[in-house]
Design a protein around this ligand. Structure first.
Ligand code: GUN
Length: 306
């Protein structure tokens, strides 16, 4: 005889939704207080320069969100919205100016850049002390050594949510799907620092499903809508979905979805971040955190505890 569960019991078994939006708002409120103290001590606000080259619609949305959140947080933002025809020489000259500007504590160049600009050269030109993305080779190296203070925002936000949800991560098996410089690689490094056993999977990996099913922590940064289903999930695993993919439904409407099939995965996972409202807001809050951290270091103030 099969035992039928009540709808309430079935509901109780579904994954906890990790509310990145609420978590980010809590972090932002703590930064507001610290940014006010900074202003009172230094006589100016922490300053963030945001550079966008070209008219990629998604990048325009991200940059606008970052500038609005900076303003709401008591961080002064300096926007530089440049045409796609901007030359590499012009961009490097702007970065040189921002490196010297005493009102600018953080410099963010939104990626991707147009194809005629060498991304590596541009990132290398940013003063590492103002590199609030944590992409400069010096900051990447320090992350590898475990000594970085400016860590890429998206993986930092993921780690904060994981620690909040799970506490000590020591000894847990973490699988990161995706090996980008922005998410996958720094995420793997951060998890290693937390004493996780870390596997990084990518487009050439074999047995992706079996590897994912070993994970206590599964971080998805692939960029393919609904790619990961319940068959890839260990029961009770915590799933952090970094994917933000726009899809067009059959009825012509559009929607943002993650790399996981959230609905189906929620029947197996212990917890999952939603898309939207999971990782995205944490990325922006961590940018504010990094700007304040950079500003304190540059102005010779003790780092804020957040
Ligand atoms: N493009 C996508 N994610 C990011 C990010 O975190 N920082 C920058 N600068 N560009 C991005």
């Amino acid at each position: 005889m099969s035992v039928m569960q009540s709808p309430a019991a079935q509901q109780a078994e579904r994954a906890v939704v990790i509310d990145g939006k609420a978590f980010a708002e809590g972090l932002r409120e703590r930064i507001v207080v610290k940014a006010r103290e900074f202003r009172e001590l230094v006589g100016k606000a922490p300053g963030l320069a945001v550079v966008l080259v070209g008219d990629d619609p998604a990048s325009q949305v991200y940059v606008r969100t970052k500038m609005n959140k900076a303003m709401d947080t008591g961080i002064e933002s300096f926007p530089f919205l440049l045409p796609a025809s901007t030359s590499q020489t012009e961009l490097l000259a702007l970065i040189e100016r921002l490196n010297e500007d005493r009102h600018v504590h953080g410099i963010l160049v939104q990626l991707p850049l147009p194809a005629h600009i060498d991304e590596v050269a541009v990132i290398a030109a940013i003063d590492p002390a103002k590199d609030v993305d944590g992409f400069h080779p010096i900051n990447v190296g320090q992350l590898g050594l475990g000594t970085a203070s400016l860590v890429p925002c998206t993986p930092l936000g993921c780690l904060m949510m994981l620690k909040h949800h799970l506490g000590d991560l020591s000894g847990l098996k973490a699988v990161v799907v995706g090996r980008s410089n922005i998410v996958g690689k720094p995420m793997a490094n951060l998890l290693l620092q937390q004493n996780c056993t870390v596997t990084v999977l990518h487009s050439r990996s074999r047995n992706l499903e079996d590897e994912c099913r070993q994970a206590d922590i599964l971080v998805l940064a692939i960029g393919r809508p609904n790619m990961i289903g319940p068959e890839s999930i260990k029961p009770g695993a915590v799933v952090i979905d970094v994917g933000i993919n726009r899809i067009i439904r059959e009825d012509g409407s559009s929607a943002l979805v993650g790399d996981a099939d959230t609905e189906a995965v929620s029947a197996v996972a212990g917890a999952i971040t939603p898309v939207p409202g999971g990782v995205g807001p944490m990325t922006v809050a961590c940018l504010m955190r990094n700007t304040l951290v950079a500003a304190c270091a540059i102005e010779g103030i003790a780092p804020p505890s957040l």
